[in-house]
Ligand binder design. Structure first.
Ligand SMILES: [Zn+2]
Length: 438
């Protein structure tokens, strides 16, 4: 337990509040929020068996911590919090994660306690009548953690906190760079004459027809002519938010994260650039465009990983773990929609989940639902997002499968009956292991 002195708590929070509002940049605040969220994460902290995807989630978290370590140390020091880096390093080096992966619940709990206690408070006086926190090294307690989360959320819930345009332009440049890299690896793959460029969706806040235009302005899209359209959430009206709220009906912690969602939604660009290159070799009509969606989603996180860790490592945007942080965000998004689907009536739930498996097993050749991708998008934005966002989490291979997949998809003379088989079998273990309910 923390020191019970109310005066001390008030003084400490006053100090933290100043730090959050005056000293932390939006990016730093957001990064700290990711850490605080996942410190108490269900996968790491609940007494449950660990699925393959759970281990994958753990790996994203470890990588995020590893990359963000320097920046996080700095941010934490502003709060007089301390990350016991030597101890966390042991975890990162795999000694603890090996125990974690062994499925031994006691050891898993050990890791939980270990990380939680690795964040501790330094002894520090706050103002006149506040006493000193005993001996530095008290771990951050649950109440303080939730207070911090709430206060940071409040800072990030306004427009113009994030520069979405710059983020989108930077990420798109990186996505194009990584596609050129894939092209070098595969020989001729992409249409080199094609120039991909991004355009911000035009939004006029006093547009009289906003009710109708907003539906096309809140989301990402791409065309085979090479144009990627991206939204700027700083210009959104309630009409625009209405659509994103259909996808994000709840957040794991708090509900004031709509603006922050669009910070991480920029990774959608890795999905959209694939659409730009889906050309004449693609026979999609029979598949209601679900095969095109399969390809774009299949590649998304591997491209992101290659950009952040192989091709564009000098880019400031990836240095502090933004790619891994975005993967954690995507995981949470899918987990939340999955939980809602479980509550739906039996038939629709079964249909979607069985459809998803068929879609993945057939490498996109079997549609997951009876509607086309566009129809589903109109009817149920959350189901549409679920299908497209769950897939990349499950097939993530750190780029290993991507090159061979592109070679097959874009170099081979295809007939629609071909089955992709380049040493990568359908990840059945992941499909069956994917369960947030275990
Ligand atoms: Zn798509």
């Amino acid at each position: 337990m923390m020191n019970n002195d109310q005066g001390l708590v008030v003084a400490r929070r006053k100090h933290w509040s100043n730090v959050i509002h005056q000293e932390l940049s939006a990016r730093a605040a957001s990064r700290l929020l990711s850490l605080l969220d996942h410190l108490n994460d269900h996968i790491l902290f609940e007494d449950k068996p660990v699925s393959s995807l759970g281990r994958r989630h753990h790996a994203f978290f470890v990588r995020f911590l590893k990359k963000a370590s320097h920046a996080l140390q700095k941010d934490l020091l502003l709060f007089d919090l301390r990350l016991e880096w030597n101890e966390v390093s042991l975890l990162l080096e795999g000694r603890k994660s090996a125990e974690f992966a062994s499925g031994n619940k006691e050891k898993e709990k050990g890791v939980v306690v270990f990380i939680r206690h690795s964040i501790s408070m330094e002894a520090k006086e706050y103002g006149g009548d506040a006493s000193t926190i005993t001996n530095g090294g008290e771990c951050l307690d649950e109440e303080d953690r939730l207070w911090l989360i709430e206060t940071i959320e409040a800072k990030l819930q306004h427009k113009n906190v994030f520069d979405y345009e710059r983020l989108n332009v930077e990420v798109l440049k990186s996505a194009i760079k990584v596609l050129s890299f894939v092209q070098e690896q595969t020989g001729y793959v992409l249409d080199t004459k094609k120039v991909v460029h991004g355009e911000k969706l035009h939004i006029e806040p006093d547009d009289e027809n906003i009710e109708f235009t907003a539906e096309h302005q809140w989301n990402y899209s791409a065309s085979s002519s090479g144009v990627v359209l991206f939204p700027d959430a700083n210009l959104f009206t309630d009409e625009h938010w209405k659509y994103w709220k259909e996808v994000r009906t709840s957040h794991k912690v708090g509900s004031r994260r709509l603006f922050r969602d669009y910070e991480f939604r920029v990774i959608t660009l890795f999905h959209e650039v694939i659409h730009c290159f889906q050309g004449h070799k693609w026979v999609f009509e029979d598949f209601k465009l679900w095969q095109a969606e399969f390809e774009a989603s299949y590649s998304q996180l591997d491209l992101l990983h290659l950009a952040a860790n192989v091709v564009d490592t000098d880019n400031e945007i990836w240095r502090d773990g933004f790619a891994e942080e975005s993967m954690l965000w995507l995981f949470d998004l899918v987990r939340e929609i999955h939980a809602l689907i479980k509550e739906e009536t039996c038939d629709s739930k079964k249909e979607l989940l069985i459809g998803y498996e068929a879609w993945v097993s057939s490498h996109g050749r079997i549609s997951p639902v009876s509607q086309s991708s566009d129809e589903l998008f109109e009817q149920n934005k959350s189901h549409n997002t679920y299908l497209k966002c769950r897939l990349p989490l499950e097939v993530f291979s750190e780029g290993q499968q991507l090159v061979s997949y592109f070679k097959y998809r874009w170099c081979a003379d295809l007939s629609t009956k071909d089955t992709y088989n380049m040493g990568h079998q359908v990840p059945h273990d992941l499909i069956s292991a994917f369960s947030f309910d275990q």
